[in-house]
Ligand binder design. Structure first.
Ligand code: UD1
Ligand code: CA
Length: 453
């Protein structure tokens, strides 16, 4: 089948310079959600109709399997579909989706497509308590669909109809071009309505069928920031529910945000206000404390991530302890049982089995062996103002507090670095390193006192 996604509208009520379909839901443009769902149905052609902000939209969702049709002027939904016709395969049906309706499930679309098999015309409809604003489904005495009438064109009786057009339809494609060409815009909005194609199809002897979604929210569109926020919550509630069903403990399912994919092993527990971005994997028995932000990370079994930890890319082995207030940046690789504590930043660095940096340190561009203790306030000086250099610390090194390691530098196995040392030359194995400093005491020292006004 062909899938055409309408995404040319401007979205005036968003009050934003960003084209409506690019506003993010769960961290990705609304339109990306629709494209992903479309893809899962394996269409032979996938066409996005763009118009308002066309170049930005094209750039944001460009992919080898996506074609674009430009609708220069937004003359209505029928006109929009017409722009896509040169790019579709006339021999298979066409499913029309909306770039601002992000949460429709593939199973619902499949049901519509199946109902419309063998050359039928299918409309996804839903019955609403308050149908105001939507196109109404007008049926005859036998329940057969006769037409769809827009709110603005509807009679008082028609406005009482609670079954509405979600906008999503599937149609035979061969005759679609002549049906669209015959549309007229002598209606309340002066637009070429896609909804009027129902009458053309009936005239041509095509049967009209309807299907319904499992959930009302699947058909909700985004026209305002309020609606965007509501759908974000619907989506997050769904994600949280899936996690709970899979056995993850969420201390409050209303206070987790997943903007990407989160895979969890058994007996994972996640405290409140955590944000997961990109691809995150938490292995068995991982616990995540409150207020953590975790992006693109693979976390090993039994690892404990304490409150306010920020991970922007990295992997950990098993039984690692992170935080509170730890920061891992891209290329951080922690071995089993490593500890990275408060206000410690690790970037593009490996920490071996059981190594610890518990307080106030920067470990960047480094290879740290096993069982290394990195004292509080240790800094790898990896940047000379022009280039980055590596620091290598072999197994069983003890780095005293407030040490600066000026890279490139290599510290041999088992070495002890005294507190407050600046290391700018390589150190061999098992040595004690310190800088020649003297401690001075003065007996005659008097502390200044505050002057009286
Ligand atoms: C449309 C339906 C209405 C249905 C409602 C569901 C028509 C005539 N009406 O009304 O029956 O109940 O959706 O939400 O189809 N678009 C374009 N180009 C255009 C016009 C629209 O790409 O020239 C796109 C918009 O960006 C949007 C979608 O089509 O994604 C729907 O357009 P909109 O103007 O919101 O249609 P409604 O008046 O809501
Ligand atoms: Ca709309």
């Amino acid at each position: 089948m062909n899938i055409v996604i309408l995404a040319a509208g401007m979205g005036k009520r968003m009050n934003s310079a960003l084209p409506k379909v690019l506003h993010p839901l769960a961290g990705r443009p609304l339109l990306s959600h629709v494209i992903e769902t479309a893809r899962s149905l394996q269409p032979t052609r996938l066409v996005v109709v763009i118009g308002h902000g066309a170049e930005k939209v094209r750039e944001a969702v460009a992919a080898p399997d996506v074609q674009f049709a430009v609708q220069e002027q937004q003359l209505g939904t029928g006109h929009a579909v017409q722009q896509a016709l040169p790019l579709v395969d006339p021999s298979v049906p066409t499913l029309v989706l909306y770039g601002d309706v992000p949460l429709t499930r593939a199973s619902t679309l499949k049901r519509l497509v199946d109902a419309a098999e063998n050359g039928r015309y299918g409309v996804l409809t839903v019955t609403l308590d308050n149908p105001t604003g939507y196109g109404r489904i007008v049926r005859d005495a036998n329940g057969a669909v006769q037409k769809i009438v827009e709110q603005k064109d509807a009679s008082a009786d028609e406005r009482k109809i609670a079954e509405i057009n979600t906008g999503i339809i599937t149609t035979p494609t061969e005759q679609l071009s002549s049906w669209l060409a015959s549309l007229r815009n002598d209606n309340a909005q002066g637009e070429f309505y896609l909804t009027d194609v129902v009458e053309r199809a009936l005239e041509a002897g095509v049967e009209i069928v309807t299907a319904q979604p499992d959930e009302e929210w699947e058909t909700l569109g985004v026209n305002s920031k309020q609606q965007l926020a509501e759908l974000e919550r619907v989506h997050q509630r769904n994600v949280a529910n899936d996690l709970l069903v899979a056995g993850v403990t969420l201390l409050d399912p209303a206070r987790i945000d997943v903007r990407g994919t989160l895979e969890c092993g058994r007996d994972v527990s996640i405290d409140v206000n955590c944000v997961f971005e990109g691809r995150v994997t938490l292995a068995d028995n991982v616990t995540v404390g409150p207020n953590c932000v975790i992006r693109d990370a693979v976390i090993g079994a039994g690892t404990r991530i304490d409150a306010f930890t920020h991970i922007e890319g990295g992997t950990t082995g098993a039984n690692v302890v992170l935080g509170p207030y730890a920061r891992l940046r891209p290329g951080a690789k922690l071995g089993d049982e490593a500890h990275v504590g408060n206000f410690v930043e690790v970037k593009n660095a490996v920490l071996g089995h059981g190594s610890k940096a518990n307080h106030l340190s920067y470990v960047g561009d480094s290879d740290v062996g096993a069982r290394v203790n990195i004292g509080a306030g240790t800094i790898t000086c990896n940047y000379d103002g022009a280039n980055k250099h590596r620091t290598v610390i072999e197994d069983d090194v003890f780095v005293g507090s407030d040490t600066q390691l000026v890279a490139p530098v290599h510290i041999g196995r088992g070495t002890t670095i005294a507190a407050g040392t600046t290391v700018w030359k390589d150190v061999g194995e098992g040595e004690l390193v310190m800088n020649g400093k003297t401690q001075v005491s003065r007996r005659d020292y008097v502390r200044p006192t505050k002057k009286k006004a």
